[in-house]
Design a protein around this ligand. Sequence first.
Ligand code: HEC
Ligand code: HEC
Length: 335
Amino acid sequence: MINTNKYLALIYRSALISLMSVCSVVYAKEPIQAIQAAKNINIAKAELGKKLYFDPRLSKSGFISCNSCHNLSMGGTDNLKTSIGHKWQQGPINAPTVLNSSYNIAQFWDGRAKDLNEQAGGPIANPGEMAFTHTLVVELLKTIPGYVKEFQQVYGSDKIHIEQVTQAIAEFEKTLVTPHSRFDKWLLGDKNAINKQELAGYHLFKKSGCVACHNGVAVGGNSFQKMGVIAPYKTTSKAQGRVAVTGKEVDRMYFKVPTLRNIEMTYPYFHDGGAQTLEEAVDIMGKLQLGIHFNKEDKAKIVAFLKTLTGEQPHFALPLLPPSSSHTPAPKPFE
Ligand code: HEC
Ligand code: HEC
C-alpha cells in the first residue's frame, strides 16, 4: 500500500514538473504575479455596496451582515471552523475570505456560483445564513428613505431590484484586493522585501509542486483540484466538493483551490476548518497532495514564505447606514 502510494506520488510529481515547465513558459518568470490595484470601479455603486455589505437588516434577524462571517477586520473571514448562521445554526462549511475573491474562477468551495454578483444573492436567502428572502429584502430597503435615494442616484430608477442589490455588493467586493504584500514587492524587484528564510520557503514551495495548484495572482482560486491526491482526506464534513455541481463521480472531493493571499489571517484552514494552524495545513498538503513528508525546518520555511503574502488590507471609514423608518418591518431574531 505504502509502495503504491510512493509510486503514485512519483508519477504525480513528474507530471507536476512537466506541468510546471509548461506554466513557466506561460508565466514567463514566476508562477505567481503581483496584485494590481482594483480598476474600473463604479465608485457610487461600490459605496452603496459597502453599506449593504455591512447592513444586518439584510437578514431576518436584523443581526447578521455579510461582515458577520466575512469580517474585514479579520482577513474577510470569521476565523471559525464553520460559520454560525441564523438562530445560532452551525454552518456546514468554512467561510472562505472575500478578499481578492474577484480573481476566483467561480465562487464557493464547489464553484456553484459563476461570479460575485450571482454569489451575493445566496447568503441572503439561505435559511442557515441570513434566512431572508430576496422579495423581503427589496421590500425592506424600499422603506428606508436613505437607500431609496441612493439606489435612485446609482441606478437612475425608482424601483429597487434584487439584482441591483447583488450588483452593488459585487462592485464593493471588487475593491477588496490586497496589493503591496512583501512578496509582491519582491516580485516587483525589491530584493530586500523578504528575508533568506522566506525566499528559501518560496523556492521549496515551487520545487515541491505546490505551485501546480496554487499559482497566478491569487496563488490559487483559478482551478478545481482533488483534496487528497495521494491519500484520502479524513473528515467528518459531508461536503463532497464539485460533484454537487456537476453530478460527475470524478469530481468527488474536488474543491476550488483556495487563495493563499493573506493566509496568515484566514485560519482555520480547509473546507471543514480541519487544520487550525498553517504548519498543520502545510503538513497535510505535503502528505496528501504531493506525498512529501516535510521536516520541521522545511515546514517553517514554507510557513515563513506564506506569511509574506499578507497584503495591504482594505481600509476605509465604516459606512454610516441610513436609519429605518416607521414602515420598516421589525427584525425577527428568534423566529
Ligand atoms: C452565516 C455566515 C455567512 C454570511 C452571513 C455570509 N456568508 Fe459568504 N460565505 C459563507 C460560507 C460558509 C461560504 C462558503 C460556502 C460554500 O462554499 O458552500 C461563503 C462564501 C462566500 C463567497 C465565496 C468565496 C469563495 O472563495 O468562494 C463570497 C464571495 C461570499 N461568501 C460573500 C458574501 C456576501 C457578499 C455576503 C452578504 C450578502 C455573505 N457572504 C454572507 C458564510 C457567510
Ligand atoms: C493538487 C493540487 C494542490 C497541491 C499540489 C497543493 N494544494 Fe494546497 N490546496 C489544494 C486544495 C484543493 C485545497 C483546499 C482543500 C480543502 O479545503 O479540502 C488546498 C488548501 C491549501 C491550504 C489551506 C487554504 C485555506 O484557506 O483553507 C494551504 C495553506 C495550502 N493548500 C498550501 C499548500 C502547500 C504549502 C502546498 C505544497 C506543499 C500545496 N498546498 C499543494 C490544492 C493543492
